[in-house]
Design a protein around this ligand. Structure first.
Ligand SMILES: [Zn+2]
Length: 328
């Protein structure tokens, strides 16, 4: 099974940017694309690569889309909690917890862009925004950055830390087994795995460890102070249930059993609930980590002759794949 290794420099976005990003892959038009789910795809559909100038253009910083995304995610959190408070019913709170979990995951996705220094031109501002995205959901930014660099550098090899990711279940995966695991997560049964994942993403220092532990509760206290105690409790419950379920499904959809990264598209519902901020363009992200989330769709538009699966096809192919498997 062929795998694609991303150059080390590709992780270093911003200053280093595209000068080193796409060159190795541009010269390999006939290589199996990182996004091909199978070797057959790679042989039949060699995509046109982005030019150096295109990567530079798409990698330019713009803060407006970042600000819009932050306002959208936090706005949805507040609306969901306000609506549940007003409705004062169990079902409204359950729905709110699911919706809040989608936005917690979306904030983590934004934090991932921050790890690639894509949220702001200023490194200091970028790091602050990244912390404000990740710490409320309990992810240590610097620890995650180290974890994620190894993932990019050693994609789908035994050195890829995601191969041992606690959220990627062992054994054969099917739509049914993935659905059942997500359901178990929604019921809170995945909480021990969340704790294990937090241990895998080792905080960079003691300060970060403390912040990643207490900021989710500070966030809950603030929400409770603004909207009532149930709103604060809902934040913590969502972190332990819906956030975990969504995180797991999205993680499975990216690389499991793929030659590199699955290439798929999804509709508005999928983009809202499971693949926010263009995270469904994960293949493009691995090819060009310098391109921020708000330009990944444009990057995808530059490809030609490529088989883009539906998410249903990806799950079916994961279930029948004989290639790389999760080693646990
Ligand atoms: Zn990344």
């Amino acid at each position: 099974m062929t795998t694609t290794t991303i150059p080390t420099q590709a992780i270093q976005t911003g200053e280093h940017l595209a000068a080193t990003l796409e060159r190795p892959q541009r010269s390999s038009r006939n290589a199996i694309p990182a996004g091909a789910g199978s070797e057959l795809d790679g042989q039949q559909n060699a995509p046109r690569m982005l030019s150096h100038a295109e990567v530079l253009e798409l990698s330019k910083h713009r803060f407006a889309p970042v600000a819009r995304a932050l306002v959208f995610d936090w706005g949805i959190v507040l609306i969901a909690l306000l609506a549940a408070t007003a409705a004062a019913s169990v079902w409204a709170w359950i729905l709110a917890i699911v919706v809040v979990g989608t936005r917690q995951h979306a904030l983590a996705v934004l934090g991932h862009d921050g790890m690639h220094r894509r949220l702001h031109r200023s490194r200091r501002a970028n790091d602050w925004i990244t912390s404000l995205c990740m710490l409320p959901v309990g992810i240590p930014p610097a620890g995650y950055a180290a974890f994620h660099r190894r993932h990019h550098r050693h994609l789908n090899t035994p050195l890829d830390p995601e191969q041992a990711d606690a959220l990627l279940p062992k054994g054969r995966l099917t739509a049914r087994s993935i659905g059942l695991r997500a359901l178990a997560d929604l019921c809170g049964l995945g909480f021990p795995l969340l704790r294990r994942l937090q241990r895998e993403i080792e905080p960079a220092n003691r300060t970060e460890r403390v912040l990643a532990s207490i900021v989710p509760f500070i966030t809950a206290i603030l929400l409770g102070w603004m909207l009532g105690p149930l709103a604060g409790i809902a934040w913590i419950v969502a972190l332990s249930t819906s956030f975990l379920a969504i995180f797991r499904v999205r993680a499975i959809s990216e690389h499991v059993h793929a030659a590199g990264t699955w290439v798929f598209s999804t509709g508005p519902i999928g983009r809202f609930f499971l693949w926010p901020h263009a995270t469904w363009c994960h293949d493009e992200h691995h090819r060009w980590p310098s391109i921020p989330f708000y330009n990944l769709r444009a990057a995808r538009g530059c490809f030609e002759q490529r088989h883009v699966r539906t998410i249903g096809q990806v799950i079916r192919d994961i279930g029948t794949a004989q290639g790389w498997s999760v080693s646990r």
